[in-house]
Design a protein around this ligand. Structure first.
Ligand code: ADP
Length: 572
């Protein structure tokens, strides 16, 4: 800028000098001609008084001219005939009656004109005076043209231009640094405004206007940087919130360019935040996702669907927001992991279907027996007793089933069985064994114990459920004259409960599934021994809730062993 300013200055200066030189030359030339006319008229009128027509006119013309430097004198008769000339052969000269100065002088007594002389071929000023006898005395002098005048001032002009150039460069340098430096500083301050702006020092500026501007820029920078910081803070806050919600969030424009994406959405779509500003194709190649985004935009409507991504089920909602009061149209996408809830719904549905199915058998049996008893038929006493016994048995089965269903539903819903307390598992085992004695004796099963007192912080009822289900199964699925070995001890901050029994082992292909609800290895046997198919599911649930583990080992050699490990958690 400084250089171009200097160049501009010098150019303007040079042009000004050249134009003014030319104007001067022109004016000077015009005045010179005017002065020459007057000068020549004076000469002519002096000569007109001295001229004597009786003497040799040509000699007189030469004499008059000899008295004055560079002036040619011509004496012309009233009819225009040249009678004498100081510079040329008057006889060879044409009639001068048509010359403008002669025509003018014949009318007004004196006349002048400027033209190129045909005789001398130069620019000449002619001034003629009419004598009292009717002769014309004409004085002629050569004058230089405008170009000649200019030529004379060119060296001076060049000198002036050179001096002007030197002066201009020095002055422009000083002058421009007085306002270019502040302008550069102001520019830098405005560029860095988002980082707080460089503080300007207005007092250091030479010009009041620049000082004023600097004060305003300082104020503007302070205001803008504060404003930008607020916006940035709000943006950071929004991003922080968005990145810390479990739901995925995406904002697309109508061309499907990503305007905003949070960490969760990046996780679901397996992309990074670098996809902001890019088309959604850079974030995902999921055809289903892209196709539905297209549909939501073209149909301008809300779409909701489940997307299978990375083994998860993601509920994806596309909400189209039309252009409104200056805000561009956009597609808001939310993504939530619904794998668990969808599975829970599925499991619950299956559970209810299984539970209804399980209840149907005893109800049908009770109904049939009751109908038979209520009929008018004469039923023998023995059969009547059998029917009543069946009703009792089926009712008991239903009771067990309903109790287990209630128990598992309560656990599923996360409802606590009740208050937690210090529970000595060994005392719970003893209680259960006491209740089991009649069944064990009936089945000729021996129960061996190796139990140390181990206390954990839990709900007593839950521990009862866990222990009794394992022990009842160990007796139920035992063989006649078989044994049940129960051990309890503490190891590495864990309560280790192990229940082993003889009897048919659980085949390896069933071992993983016995903890599922209503899963039975041998349905007939389970029902015959009063099983509901929910015992191990309840056990597993209690173990999971307490943060423990349960393992199963079953083979023909050692029988079946369930090992439960529960952390000895401190009282909360
Ligand atoms: P059930 O009410 O039928 O006993 P469980 O959930 O308690 O249901 O057990 C599921 C299945 O696992 C049973 O049907 C049975 O076949 C097998 N099972 C459970 N415990 C034992 C065990 N101690 N020994 C052998 N098999 C067992």
């Amino acid at each position: 800028m400084k250089k171009s300013l200097m160049a501009g200055f010098v150019l303007i200066l040079a042009l000004t000098l050249i134009i003014s030189g030319m104007l001067n030359a022109f004016v000077f030339n015009k005045e010179l001609i005017e002065d020459t006319k007057q000068e020549l008229l004076s000469y002519a009128s002096v000569i007109s008084k001295e001229y004597d027509p009786s003497l040799d006119t040509d000699i007189q013309a030469k004499n008059f001219a000899g008295d004055i430097d560079n002036v040619r004198v011509t004496i012309i008769a009233a009819d225009g005939t040249v009678l004498g000339d100081s510079a040329a052969d008057y006889k060879a000269m044409k009639n001068h009656s048509d010359r403008p100065e002669i025509i003018e002088a014949s009318i007004t007594g004196k006349g002048s004109s400027v033209r190129n002389s045909e005789t001398l071929g130069k620019k000449l000023v002619y001034s003629a005076v009419k004598t009292s006898d009717g002769y014309f005395i004409r004085a002629t002098k050569e004058v230089s043209g405008v170009w000649d005048s200019l030529k004379s001032i060119i060296p001076a002009m060049i000198l002036v231009i050179v001096i002007a150039l030197i002066l201009a460069s020095v002055l422009t340098g000083r002058f421009t640094s007085g306002f270019i430096t502040p302008i550069v500083e102001m520019n830098n301050s405005l560029i860095s405004v988002k980082d707080g702006g460089i503080q300007l020092n207005p007092k250091a500026y030479r010009y009041a206007e620049l000082e004023d501007m600097a004060v305003k820029i300082n104020a503007l920078s302070a205001h803008l940087s504060k404003y930008i910081a607020t916006i940035q803070h709000e943006k950071d806050k929004l991003n922080y919130i968005l990145d810390n919600v479990s739901e995925g969030f995406l904002l697309l424009d109508e061309k499907k360019n990503v305007l905003l994406i949070n960490d969760a959405a990046c996780g679901y779509l397996k992309c990074t935040k670098a996809s902001i500003g890019e088309n959604i194709l850079y974030a995902t190649r999921n055809y289903d996702f892209i196709q539905r985004a297209d549909r939501a935009i073209s149909e301008k409507k809300r779409l909701s669907f489940d997307l299978a991504l990375g083994g998860k089920l993601i509920e994806t909602v596309f909400t189209y927001v039309g252009e409104e009061s200056g805000v561009e149209a956009a597609l808001i996408i939310t993504m939530s992991d619904v794998t668990e809830s969808r599975n829970a719904v599925k499991i619950r549905r299956e559970f209810f279907s299984n539970a209804s199915h399980e209840l149907k058998t005893p109800i049908t049996s009770i109904k049939g027996s009751a109908e038979l008893l209520c009929s008018d038929l004469q039923i023998p006493d023995k059969q009547r007793k059998e029917l009543l016994a069946r009703i009792g048995l089926e009712t008991e089965r239903m009771n067990l089933l309903i109790n287990d269903i209630i128990m598992i539903s309560r656990m599923e819903s996360g409802e606590l069985s009740g208050e937690c307390e210090e529970v000595d598992i060994s005392s719970v085992i003893h209680e259960s064994i006491n209740e089991l004695v009649p069944l064990a004796e009936r089945e000729s099963v021996t129960i061996n114990t190796d139990i140390s007192p181990v206390t954990i912080y839990a709900n007593r009822k839950d521990i009862r459920e866990l222990v009794s289900n394992l022990l009842v199964n160990a007796v139920k699925y035992n063989k006649q004259w078989g044994a049940v070995d129960v051990s309890l001890f503490e190891q590495n901050g864990q309560a280790i409960l192990s229940v082993r029994n003889d009897g048919e082992p659980i085949p390896p292909e069933h071992q993983r599934r016995v903890f599922e609800r209503f899963y039975r290895v041998d349905s007939g046997r389970s029902k015959a021994v009063g099983g509901t198919g929910l015992g191990l599911a309840i056990v597993k649930h209690v173990v999971d809730t307490l943060g423990g583990t349960i393992t199963l080992e079953s083979n023909a050699e050692n029988g079946t062993t369930f090992t439960v490990k529960l952390p000895l958690s401190e009282k909360q």
